[in-house]
Design a protein around this ligand. Sequence first.
Ligand SMILES: Cc1cc2nc3c(=O)[nH]c(=O)nc-3n(C[C@H](O)[C@H](O)[C@H](O)COP(=O)(O)O)c2cc1C
Length: 305
Amino acid sequence: MAFRSLCASLLPSLRTTTEMVSAKALCYGNAKTAVLTRVSPAERHASVQLFGSDPEIMACAARQTAALPGVTAIDINMGCPTPKIVACGDGCALMRHPEKARAVIAAVVAAVDLPVTVKFRKGWDSAHVNCVEFAEAAEAAGAAALCVHGRTRAQLYSGRADRKCIAAVKRAVGIPVTANGDIDSPEAALRCRAATNADMYMVGRAAFGNPWLLAQIDSALRGLPPPPPPPVAERLETAREQFTQAAKDKGEKAACLEARRHLSWYLRGIPGAAYYRREASAVSTPEDISRLIARVTRDCGCDNG
Ligand SMILES: Cc1cc2nc3c(=O)[nH]c(=O)nc-3n(C[C@H](O)[C@H](O)[C@H](O)COP(=O)(O)O)c2cc1C
C-alpha cells in the first residue's frame, strides 16, 4: 500500500490494484488477509484484486470489499500462474475452464455495484491460446474492462510478452482493454500502443524502485515530453518516505524486511549499486536504512540536493 500510495501521489490519474487477495480467506474472516484490501486516500482509482473459483465465495468477498472506503472497482485475477494457486483451480487455471470463469465473473458482477474487471493471460500454453474467446466470455458475463498479460501460463514471466494477442482481444470486445507485459519505458509503452491500440497500459516490475516511470509513460502516451528522472538524492528520499509509510502501516519489522528488496530496486543504475545492494539486503532497522541512504547520498556527491 505504501508503494501504491507513493505512485498515486506522483500521478493522481493512476489506476492502482492491490496484490491478489484470497476470496476464501476474506470470506472466512481472516484478519491478516483483510489488511491486504486496504487502499490509501492517495489512490483515487483503486481496485482490490480477488482470486478464487467458487462463484458464491467470490461474490461474498466482493461484497465485503466493495464496502471498503476508497475502493472503486473489483478486479478478478484469472492470470496468476503460481503452481499452488492453479492447483486449486484459481488464477490462470480458470482459463482452462471458461464456463467456470464466466460463472465467477457473473456472480461478482451481480454482487456489487462497482465495475468488475478481469485480468488474464494469453492462454494456458502455446497449444492453448484462448485469450480472445476468454475475453468475449468475460465481456458477456458483465466485465467492465479487461487486462491482458501477453504471456501464457507456461511462460510464467519469461520470454517476451506478445502484443498481437492483446491487439486481437482489443478488436474482439467493446469494453476497455489494458495491455500488460514488458512495458518498462515510455518508448515501450508507445510501441505497445502502436501494436495493440489498447485503452490503458499496466506497468508491473519496471515500476519497482522507479515510481516516476508511471508519469513518464503517461506523458509519452499524451504526446508530451516525459519529465526527466529525479536526482539520486530525491530517489533515495522517496525510498525513505516509502519505508516510513510502510512501517506505519505494517510495523517496523515487516517494513524493514520489505525494504531490503525495495532499496535494491531504488539503487538500480546508481554507480556502485552492486556494492550498496549487499548492504541493502541486510538492513534490519530504520537506522540501518538511514545510514545506507546517507552514505549513498554522500558517495554520489549529492547531499546538497
Ligand atoms: C512477484 C510478482 C508478483 C505478482 N503478483 C501479482 C498479483 O498479485 N496480481 C496480478 O494481477 N499480477 C501479479 N503479478 C504479475 C504482474 O502484475 C504483471 O502482470 C507481470 O509482471 C507482467 O507485467 P510486467 O512485465 O510489467 O512486470 C506479479 C508479478 C510478479 C513478478
